[in-house]
Design a binder for this molecule. Structure first.
Ligand SMILES: [Zn+2]
Length: 111
């Protein structure tokens, strides 16, 4: 799986075959493409799905004290940025991503 282009937040990924399911991570081509988006070692860090839309408190370690999301390590998270991933099949998916500056965990959600 190679990234064809990563320009202006748009990513082309090819060879989207059987999807490897990583624990609590988006599809593998998305994880891999994130290396071209400036994320640090996306294939080696922890991924945490952060539900932006439901507005309720997740069962995890987020929102312990306020509405500002924080990483499980306690570091406040940067604002999530949206990226549109375009696959060779023509399908697109928008993901929201941010990476913890301290432990490098990537927090994400899908539109
Ligand atoms: Zn962290």
């Amino acid at each position: 799986m190679e990234v064809l282009a990563a320009v202006g937040g748009e990513v082309m990924a090819k060879n989207v075959g059987p999807i490897d399911v990583l624990c609590d991570a988006p599809p593998y081509p998305v994880v891999k493409a994130c290396a071209n988006l400036g994320f640090v070692k996306p294939q080696d860090v922890r991924w945490c799905r952060l539900d932006r839309t439901k507005g309720r408190r997740p069962a995890g370690l987020f929102w312990l004290r306020s509405s500002a999301p924080a990483c499980a390590c306690g570091q406040p998270l940067p604002a999530m940025e949206s990226y549109v991933f375009t696959f060779v099949s023509g399908s697109q998916a928008r993901y929201y991503l941010c990476q913890c500056k301290r432990c490098r965990a990537i927090h994400w959600d899908k539109e």
